[in-house]
Design a protein around this ligand. Structure first.
Ligand code: GDG
Length: 752
């Protein structure tokens, strides 16, 4: 089970070289003015509930619209404040919008166009040109602040939701070192519906600015890919869920969002909640009645009228429950400036009035409606008091209310009635899943919930709790981050060293640059035999030219022996490190690792054994390099490979477990080195230590053994460059395609 702690460790291990920036419309802590004093409130809504725990675990910056009246009073000159206020752990930076901007971007395009467009709730979207233009302008405003926050350092920017569909494209248009991910919290409509939007192509282009785009469930991913293929000239790969457009790739993945299960479970057991339960029973006059519960943002997608109709039908069909069952609907009013929401408010009030006056008697009313944004302790108490909870969404990305209900029932009691049109229905299969439009079936589901034997209630609830406990918010965040890191490796984020403004600036501004290269596959193309891997003539010239500049010191760190590599490169005055850095030679030092020297007889004996066993095989070359050895088998026919590998195993069996040698399998080569804590990374550290701290270290490499070098360079705050395909995993921060591009980089630097 994922915990906050696990997530924190994952972030440190995998993403430490990137800053994490979340961008959303709404801030997680809004500051209002109470009696002239700024006071914060945590807004209700799924987004905050899900992402605040992630930011608390990871640190970083959250960029959002400063919509609170007190916001301006609590931020610093950069519009920044540390949050949560009680336990500051990450930074919140605010974007300021005028009233017109808020109107056009938030109420207008986001909530009168996109929200109804994405939800099958039969509310017609309003497409207003001015709203659209404001939406574009505000997305740019957000992008500017994000770019300011990113500066030159590599960042993961995780954008939230439908308010910011154009932002990723704006970020990509800059050359900032950003990996872009976006989570779309609401459904993505079928392409037949999406195409009614007059700006479908622009929206699609905006979202394809993401390296990774997440939805809650697979259906929304499929809808999106289908819509993309009908809107733009994209290539869609449905097997790997990826879209290629204008040379860039967007991965489309389902990430079912969740909640902090343990936290909610723990809170619901508290004494405060127990006391609140007593207070509610007494003050609201609930004696022995069975309580049904609804908790929603009052929105036309949540199916609140549909649920009330079913409650009316329940009492009509099963009058014996009159006076014995009461339904509490808690709600928080939202977007009340929008006409569709005002109409909904009126419709709900009328329905509650009708049902209560038709069935209610004495002190008993079938529906208690509290659209008052109740405090969370009250909501928690209501969850615990209730026999059943209804989530009757007409269409819902996930629906966290359902998961919160499950998490708070530590007693394994309670029945969840759930719409199949909420993403949550795919996980909470032990709920009573009912179509909210089917009033008759909903009424029967309510009857089933109130009559369900305790044993069955517990069995179902225990099952659902197991699922939500396992699929908690930390797992969601971890999966998203892991996938984003995969994107960092798979996309052309490391497209080219010289396309990166950061790297170019770092190099051109450095007082001194220590630039080290692996040889095979980095400076020279891989050849069929090691002696054929010659250095291209122009590369030699560039190395020489650059090394003669006072601001540069160049060197080679290779797996070849020192004598071999210095003969192949043949540029005097360079730093040469051979045998993976076990021997180093240049004007400032001559070094042979003493332990390696002591283990030389062991390497010699393995060499003889490998030679005896393998030198007869076609295409096998056993190369002794004194301190290490390499077997090359790039030219060995496929049919002999099994025997060659068996030869390795036999020759190495006595040594593999001895702890004296280290065996690495690289690009169709097998290398045997003394097992001492020394590698290319340590050699690079040793060389770099001879230079001033202000020296910028750069290392180009292509093979597994170069990864140690990349790690060392990262520690030194330098520039690590992987030479090779975009899809190969590496720790390097930058990438160039081939030895030819390394030569081109050298040429450009000589001309600086
Ligand atoms: C979007 C997607 C997706 C509700 N009423 C009150 C109240 N709430 C809290 C709930 C819950 C949150 O608001 C609602 O979350 P939902 O997931 O149900 O829905 P949306 O706000 O529409 O969120 C949705 C979500 O994003 C996350 O991705 O699941 O599909 O539409 O936490 O407890 N809180 C208070 N008073 C209320 O009356 N205090």
């Amino acid at each position: 089970m994922w915990t906050k702690d696990d997530l924190q460790k994952l972030v440190q291990r995998q993403t430490s070289e990137f800053r994490l920036i979340i961008v959303s419309n709404r801030q997680p802590y809004i500051h209002d003015l109470v009696d002239g004093e700024p006071q914060y409130v945590v807004p209700s809504g799924g987004l905050t509930a899900a992402l605040d725990p992630l930011m608390q675990a990871c640190g970083g910056t959250w960029i959002a619209y400063g919509g609170g009246k007190g916001d301006k009073y609590i931020v610093d000159r950069d519009s920044r404040v540390m949050v949560p206020p009680d336990n500051p752990s990450y930074s919140l930076r605010l974007v300021w919008l005028t009233e017109e901007e808020e109107q056009g971007y938030y109420y207008g395009f986001s909530n009168e166009a996109l929200w109804p467009l994405c939800h099958n709730a039969y509310t017609e979207p309003i497409f207003d040109l001015r709203d659209w233009q404001t939406y574009q302008a505000v997305n740019r405003k957000f992008a500017d602040l994000v770019l300011d926050e990113v500066g030159d350092s590599p960042a993961i920017v995780l954008t939230q939701d439908y308010h910011l569909a154009l932002l990723p494209q704006y970020l990509r248009q800059s050359s900032a070192p950003i990996i872009t991910g976006q989570f779309w919290h609401i459904p993505w409509p079928h392409s037949e519906i999406f195409r009614i939007c007059p700006w479908q192509a622009e929206l699609m282009e905006g979202l394809l600015g993401n390296n990774l785009l997440g939805f809650h469930i697979g259906d929304h991913c499929s809808n999106f890919m289908d819509a993309a293929s009908r809107t733009l000239p994209v290539r869609v790969d449905t097997e790997y869920n990826r879209i290629d457009y204008q040379g860039e790739t967007t991965l489309v993945r389902p990430f079912p969002i969740s909640i902090d299960f343990e936290d909610i479970c723990h809170l619901s057991e508290s004494v405060e909640v127990e006391e609140e339960m007593e207070r509610i029973k007494e003050e609201w006059g609930f004696s022995d009645q069975l309580i049904g519960l609804g908790i929603d943002r009052v929105d036309y997608t949540k199916g609140i009228p549909h649920r009330f109709r079913a409650i009316g039908r329940f009492f009509e069909k099963y009058p014996e429950y009159m006076g014995k069952v009461v339904f509490v609907q808690a709600g928080v009013l939202s977007r009340s400036d929008i006409e569709a929401y005002q109409l909904l408010g009126g419709q709900i009030d009328r329905l509650v009035g009708e049902i209560n006056s038709r069935f209610g008697y004495g002190d008993w009313q079938p529906i208690v409606y509290k659209p008052d944004d109740l405090p969370s302790v009250t909501l928690m108490a209501l969850r615990r008091l209730s026999r059943f909870c209804i989530v009757s969404s007409l269409h819902d990305g996930m629906n966290l209310v359902a998961k919160e209900y499950v998490a708070s029932r530590f007693d394994d009691d309670g029945v969840l009635i759930l719409s199949p049109f909420a993403g949550a229905a795919l996980e909470l299969t032990q709920s009573l899943i009912v179509n909210p439009y089917a009033t008759e079936e909903m009424a029967d589901a309510i009857r089933d919930a109130v009559t369900m034997p305790s044993e069955e209630r517990r069995r179902r609830m225990a099952h659902m709790r197991g699922i939500v406990r396992e699929n908690n918010i930390y797992k969601w965040a971890a999966r998203l981050l892991v996938e984003l890191m995969q994107c960092a490796r798979e996309t052309n984020f490391r497209r080219s060293l010289y396309a990166s403004a950061t790297a170019s600036r770092q190099i051109s501004e450095a007082e001194h640059v220590l630039m080290l290269f692996d040889y095979d596959g980095t400076l020279s193309p891989i050849a069929t035999r090691p002696d054929l891997a010659a250095l291209p003539g122009e590369t030699r010239d560039y190395l020489q030219a650059l090394n003669s500049k006072a601001a540069y010191s160049l060197g080679i760190v290779s797996g070849r022996s020192l004598d071999d590599v210095s003969a192949m490169v043949d540029v005097p005055g360079l730093i040469y490190a051979g045998n993976h850095g076990l021997e180093i030679q240049w004007e400032k030092e001559e070094f042979i690792h003493p332990e390696a020297l002591a283990l030389q007889p062991v390497i010699d004996s393995i060499l003889r054994d490998l030679d005896d066993r393998l030198s007869g095989y076609e295409g096998v070359l056993v190369e002794g390099k004194a301190l290490t050895l390499t077997v090359h088998y790039r030219l060995t026919p496929e049919s002999l490979l099994t025997q060659v590998h068996a030869g390795f195993d036999a020759a190495l069996s006595d040594y593999a477990g001895s702890g004296r040698v280290r065996i690495t399998r690289g690009k169709e080569v097998l290398e045997v080195r003394p097992n001492i804590s020394w590698d290319k990374g340590r050699a690079i550290d040793k060389i770099a230590s001879q230079f001033a701290d202000s020296t910028l270290s750069v290392f180009f490499g292509d093979d597994v053994t170069d990864e140690d070098g990349f790690a060392a360079i990262r520690e030194l705050g330098g520039i690590s460059v992987f030479v090779g395909g975009a899809r190969e995993p590496t720790r390097a921060l930058y990438r160039v395609d081939s030895p030819a591009e390394v030569a081109e980089t050298l040429r450009l630097l000589t001309e600086l």
